[in-house]
Design a protein around this ligand. Structure first.
Ligand code: TYM
Length: 328
């Protein structure tokens, strides 16, 4: 039997090149090898305020982008988190097995709540919902970028604690799957930070639905350094290393090979080539995206994904509910 792989990308904005490299592209590369679950974590998106109409639109946009990036609905179960009530139900049980202290250590929570007078309880407990998404399906591997590794480790800890407390193999212990190259695509204007969907500066991120002109402009304007030598050194040359990383992922070649290809070149040449490969990739995704959005395949795929996963999730939830002593 194939091992099970699961991941999801929040519909809280248009997906970025970072989401492509750390998320979708990994699923694309692994979908033959694993029994693959790729869902839309819409419940996660409301941990911060969303415009309901916009969120609604983004959910289908994300599904369209999954398919346009080559995810094959015949091989991958695609479904919406909020259409399956067991995610939130299991999350509550897991909340009662997770500690305030361990959630307080989550980097993403610390970052997102920094200097905020008010933030939701959901923003704080969100990693438990993520654990529920993973543990509900006995996922063995969880491909993500580096920013989600700590959350997958929390899911492991909760699963181990639960299994020990109730003396059984109730949950499979999931492994994070972090790509060697592309686990943290950086913000083009501030390469210390990761590229993000929810940036306030549109020049910082390449979105998968950006126009060709905008992509070229953003990459040509990417912040680099004054050293003028093309080297891969994430600590001292994060901007240049980021461009090399993007090229390496999109061309599917190693970082060493990428650096070799640009030996003796200037930053202008590097940016031009990175812009070309990015445009080529994104334009081909967009062409498929528009085709998919004008057909009516999405609802059928989501119905099928929902029916399949609700059945699996209900069985798991029943087992867990009984283990804890709930119900009759
Ligand atoms: P999200 O929506 O922030 O990101 C989706 C995926 O993209 C990766 N990613 C990046 N990879 C490389 N460089 C970047 N700059 C970059 N930005 C984002 C993320 O690591 C992720 O793989 N909590 C999750 C969604 C989620 C989930 C889950 C994932 C909910 N439940 C269960 C896996 C399993 C999130 O907010 O990802």
């Amino acid at each position: 039997m194939k091992k099970r792989l699961l991941t999801g990308l929040q519909p809280s904005g248009t997906l970025t090149l970072g989401n492509f490299c750390g998320g979708i592209n990994q699923v694309y590369n692994y979908q033959e090898q694993y029994d693959t679950f790729l869902f839309i974590p819409d419940l996660h998106s409301i941990t911060v305020t969303q415009d309901p109409e916009e969120l609604h639109k983004k959910i289908k946009e994300v599904v369209g982008l999954y398919l346009a990036c080559g995810i094959d609905a015949q091989k991958t179960h695609i479904y919406i988190q909020s259409e399956n009530l067991y995610h939130a139900n299991l999350s509550w049980i897991l909340e009662c097995h997770a500690y305030f202290g361990e959630l307080s250590r989550m980097h993403q929570f610390k970052e997102k709540s920094k200097n905020k007078e008010n933030f939701t309880c959901g923003l704080y407990t969100y990693p438990i919902l993520m654990a529920s998404d993973i543990l509900l399906y006995d996922a063995q591997v969880v491909p993500t970028g580096i920013d989600q590794k700590q959350h997958v480790e929390l899911a492991r800890n909760i699963a181990e604690r639960f299994n020990n407390r109730y003396h059984g193999n109730y949950f499979v212990i999931p492994e994070p799957l972090i790509p060697n190259v592309g686990a943290k695509i950086r913000d083009l204007q501030n390469p210390e930070k990761k590229m993000s969907k929810s940036t306030s500066n549109p020049k910082s991120s390449i979105f998968l639905l950006d126009e060709e002109k905008a992509i070229r402009k953003k990459i040509m304007g990417a912040v680099t350094d004054n050293d003028a030598s093309i080297k891969f050194d994430e600590e001292n040359k994060p901007g240049v290393s980021n461009l090399l990383t993007i090229y390496s992922v999109l061309k599917n070649i190693s970082i060493d090979e990428t650096v070799r290809q640009f030996s003796g070149a200037g930053y202008g040449d590097l940016k031009k080539e990175v812009a070309n490969v990015t445009i080529e990739k994104i334009m081909s995704i967009q062409e498929k995206y528009h085709e998919i959005m004008s057909s009516n395949v999405i609802d059928d795929i989501l119905d099928e994904g929902r029916d399949y996963t609700v059945k699996l999730a209900s069985e798991k939830y029943e087992t867990i509910r009984k283990a804890v002593g709930l119900g009759r």
